[in-house]
Design a protein around this ligand. Structure first.
Ligand code: ADP
Length: 167
């Protein structure tokens, strides 16, 4: 069997996934080609307000990623570096879309490294096709009756329509 350069290496892709979009899925698909296993970590931050519950965000991610053999979805409400340490994982994946993402991502990467020096953050540039997609943009469009079927999986689009029908 052909070995990957990073054989036996696992990586964590943390995020809110509120909800998961094709932009996230593209990053996951590409990372899963490089690393042996990707753990998609659905996070919970008390300072953030989410449109979907922790459980819904996790379920949508699980359903959207069920066909990927080496991708596992895990929900986690602790500190990212503690998860890495507890599971002996060194690599965190993050996606970059625009310059404005960079400032925040750089700060987070430095903070995480300061807390846990063994880890590294790997950045993947967004695919051109998905560069403008964000969870918040998708929600805004659905709220005004727009079609997001090319930006999120079918079941996620249905959940979004359900959410905004109620409100
Ligand atoms: P968080 O609240 O942790 O930023 P998000 O779900 O918004 O969680 O994003 C998780 C990661 O996915 C971030 O690194 C973000 O930059 C990246 N990301 C989100 N949308 C896209 C996209 N369309 N293309 C590439 N990366 C993306």
């Amino acid at each position: 069997m052909k070995k990957k350069a990073s054989d036996s290496m696992e990586a964590v892709y943390p995020g809110s996934f509120d909800p998961i979009t094709y932009g996230h899925i593209d990053i996951i698909e590409r990372s899963a080609e490089i690393f042996e296993k990707i753990i998609v970590l659905v996070t919970y931050n008390v300072r953030k307000t989410y449109s979907f519950s922790f459980k819904e965000r996790t379920e949508m991610a699980k359903d959207s990623l069920k066909d990927f053999k080496n991708v596992e979805v895990v929900s986690y409400d602790g500190l990212l570096v503690d998860f890495l340490n507890q599971n002996s994982i060194k690599v965190v994946i993050r996606g970059l879309r625009v310059i404005s993402d960079f400032e925040h991502e750089l700060q987070m990467a430095h903070a995480n490294k300061a807390l846990y020096n063994t880890m590294e953050t790997f950045f993947l540039m967004t695919d051109n096709e998905y560069s403008y997609i964000s969870s918040s943009m998708v929600k805004e469009i659905v709220q005004f009756g727009g079609d997001v079927s090319s930006w999120v999986p079918e079941k996620v689009a249905a959940k979004l329509m359900e959410l905004y029908k109620k409100n």
